[in-house]
Design a protein around this ligand. Structure first.
Ligand code: CMP
Length: 140
């Protein structure tokens, strides 16, 4: 399996509680390398566009409000099978369903304030990475 990249967000509930380092340690412990990272306050426009796929869902407006409620940390992760590896270490979207030892089980506050986002496929990873990072900002 070749090296793969995925896109990750450490969400406002986690930055507010100063959990960036603890979450990064979980990512690195499963072999993911943080090859780009920046802390950013998302604008309404950016959050709406990033989550446009969920625009018809009842939680969309609340999700956009939450994602703009404080700074996020945007990341590109690299490793073997990175998309799947990241989803495994994140755990299920709803922390009530997340497996023991996962980031969401240990840190998430709710299904909305669930501490991290991770791409669900290599195709979406490429789209999400390109939305927030220029190629020259990513260093393997
Ligand atoms: P994420 O992996 O970033 O993808 C979409 C986000 O929408 C998800 O994490 C949650 O933060 C949020 N989300 C998903 N389902 C729900 C839901 N049923 N209610 C509220 N928020 C949700």
């Amino acid at each position: 399996m070749a090296l793969e990249r995925t896109f990750s967000i450490i969400k406002p509930d986690a930055t507010r509680r100063n959990l960036t380092g603890q979450i990064n340690a979980r990512l690195e412990a499963v072999g993911l390398r943080i090859v780009a990272q920046k802390r950013k306050q998302l604008t309404q426009t950016e959050a709406k566009a990033f989550y446009a796929v969920h625009a018809a869902r009842p939680f969309y407006n609340d999700l956009v409000a939450f994602m703009t409620s404080g700074p996020v940390v945007l990341q590109v992760l690299e490793g073997e099978n990175a998309v799947l590896a990241n989803r495994e270490v994140m755990g299920a979207t709803n922390p009530a369903d997340a497996a023991e030892g996962t980031i969401r089980k240990d840190f998430a506050e709710s299904i909305e304030a669930n501490s991290v986002h991770g791409s669900d496929s290599p195709e979406n990873a490429a789209i999400e990475i390109a939305y927030f990072f220029a190629g020259c900002e990513i260093t393997s």
